[in-house]
Write a protein that binds this ligand. Structure first.
Ligand code: ZN
Length: 410
């Protein structure tokens, strides 16, 4: 194997070789491995199917909480949340005594591989579906960075591109649509042709995955769409690595009704209202398709003496998979201790955690609830369009995507 450029960059304690051809890293939001498997079985994904012969296919573990922002930031920093600091959409700020949104770049504690490559002279482009990720992914990065959601509001100064809508000819998609993700791929393909960036990061939204199970018509249509775009990028000579921020599971009983543990209600019954605070870090401004219900919660106890009692009682609730102290959770899931509560609670595959009944609006759910957040949504694909030589035997993570691409592919 020859690698023409001997430059390397170091980011967060890891070393990466310089890309020797355009690299496209794709994070398909909510892409349980079975979405791809079922689409291949149905004959909808010929490009992905072809990778069995000529590519690399690993199954990797995402970060827990298996939510969008912690995992996207892990992928672009090559590091877990203990390093980059982003462990959810929300956290409880004890100083401000408020639930604070964590999608501001001021909460980011590590530089990204994208910014480091750009600083070293690489041409870098980032396209995300939802705008909530854009400022985090593009933090201190020279290059192109915009979202489908606000593709009509880009500026050369702010986004590195003067006209994003003109790239695709597509209208600005609705934030609740499959088109929001298609726009990401269409813009990425156009950028690859026009700008030929050294590195591109494309991140979609899980609108389809929240509604449609693997193998269903809507899911296969989505995978067929991304297969067409990736096939064209492959034909243009790009290295492609596809991974996901998390998987996705039905969170319902046999009749399609959601299995919900209303954790704040239970804690209030046991210890009295106002003595504990349940934070659901899945909560974000776009809750229509999951009602802010996921399989991960963190709990703050006013009285530290209550912690062990609370942990035992929560662990005994049906549907709960694990209860961790802050120290255990941070050690197990590599989380930043100052942004995690006294307890971390993870529910089982078919169950989600809520606060109290009156704080979840499920009226927007037009299909049985599908969601994520727990260890049951941790397995994700890590797939490349080139073979790898002598892959190390290790626990592959989705945040090894750039390591696989730049250090291991032939
Ligand atoms: Zn996601």
């Amino acid at each position: 194997m020859t690698h023409a450029d001997t430059r390397t960059i170091n980011v967060n304690g890891r070393s990466y070789r310089w890309p020797d051809r355009p690299l496209v890293v794709v994070c398909v939001d909510g892409c349980e491995p079975d979405y791809i498997n079922q689409a291949i079985e149905a004959g909808c994904a010929p490009f992905l199917a072809s990778l069995a012969q000529r590519g690399t296919c690993l199954t990797a573990d995402s970060v827990v909480p298996s939510f969008t922002n912690p995992n996207n930031l892990s992928i672009v920093t090559g590091a877990p949340p203990a390093v980059h600091g982003i462990c959810g959409n929300f956290f409880w700020d004890p100083d401000a005594r408020a639930e604070v949104m964590m999608n501001d770049a001021k909460y980011l504690r590590a530089g990204t591989i994208l910014a480091a490559l750009a600083d070293a002279g690489a041409k870098v482009a980032v396209v995300t579906a939802k705008d909530k990720l854009r400022s985090l992914l593009g933090h201190r990065m020279k290059g192109i960075c915009f979202s489908s959601e606000k593709s009509d509001q880009v500026t050369l100064a702010g986004n590195g591109i003067a006209d994003a809508l003109g790239l695709t000819g597509m209208p600005v998609p609705s934030v609740y649509s499959a088109a929001l993700s298609e726009f990401v791929f269409a813009a990425g393909l156009a950028l690859l042709k026009r700008e030929r960036p050294d590195v591109m990061y494309l991140s979609t939204t899980d609108y389809v995955q929240h509604k449609a199970a693997p193998g269903t018509a809507a899911a296969n249509e989505f995978t067929a769409m991304l297969d067409r775009y990736l096939g064209q990028m492959d034909a243009l000579g790009a290295t492609i690595v596809l991974t996901a921020d998390h998987g996705m599971n039905a969170k319902t009983d046999a009749l399609g009704r959601p299995n919900i543990v209303f954790l704040q209600e239970r804690l209030d019954q046991w210890f009295g209202a106002g003595t504990t605070r349940v934070i659901l870090p899945i909560t974000d401004p776009y809750v229509v398709h999951h009602g802010a219900l996921g399989s991960y919660a963190t709990v703050y106890c006013n009285d530290p003496m209550q912690r062990d009692d609370a942990a035992q009682r929560i662990a005994a609730l049906p549907g709960i998979e694990g209860v961790y102290s802050r120290e255990q959770a941070c050690a197990t899931f590599e989380l930043p201790p100052d942004r995690v509560g006294d307890l971390v609670v993870v529910s089982e595959r078919l169950t989600v955690i809520g606060t109290s009944r009156d704080r979840h609006d499920l009226s927007g759910l037009d299909v049985p609830l599908r969601s994520h957040g727990g260890t049951s949504e941790q397995r994700v694909p890590l797939i490349a369009n080139r073979p790898a030589a002598d892959l190390p035997q290790r626990r592959w993570r989705n945040f090894d995507a750039f390591d696989l691409a730049l250090n291991h592919l032939q």
